[in-house]
Design a protein. Structure first.
Length: 166
């Protein structure tokens, strides 16, 4: 069976530098050393212990970075390609994911979320596909409530990171 899912993309531009935007995102996204954290999470003997480990790993927006992909690296290698900076950040919170997946197992296909940052025509663009839009077709209000809360956190972080210089 194939289902169509309409996705809403939040997009914001910033006149800040690429580096400043990334630093702004890092202010709200914890960057634990996953090679250290994952064995600790695996060894947690109780959910309260697991939760405490997550809570110490997340940043101010309640998210942690799982992976950062420098998509521009391949473009910079090709002398004929338009080389520019583009980074995909995979971030989330296992506790938030758990709350959604309890109601809609398919939510595990969308969490953690992706934040895309790229530089084009003198502006830095930040994009995020909203979790609520990805879960709308499931019509599960408890999962949608969690998705809206997550979207609110992520969009607030993106707005703060893109804040225009004074």
């Amino acid at each position: 069976m194939i289902e169509r899912i309409a996705v809403e993309r939040f997009r914001i531009q910033s006149s800040k530098s690429f580096e400043e935007v990334l630093l702004g995102l890092e202010a709200g996204i914890g960057r634990p050393r996953m090679s250290v954290l994952q064995p600790q999470l695996d060894a947690a003997s109780s959910f309260p212990e697991f939760r405490a480990l997550i809570e110490t790993a997340v940043g101010g927006a309640g998210l942690m970075e799982f992976l950062r992909l420098d998509l521009g690296r391949a473009m910079r290698k090709d002398p004929e390609a338009k080389a520019y900076r583009i980074v995909r950040i995979i971030a989330g919170n296992p506790l938030i994911m758990k709350r959604m997946v309890e109601h809609v197992p398919d939510a595990g296909s969308y969490a953690p979320v992706t934040i895309l940052v790229y530089e084009s025509q003198g502006k830095v663009h930040i994009c995020y596909d909203t979790m609520e839009s990805m879960l709308t077709s499931y019509r599960n209000e408890p999962a949608l409530k969690v998705a809206r809360e997550l979207d609110s956190k992520v969009i607030k972080l993106l707005r703060e990171a893109a804040e225009l210089r004074e």
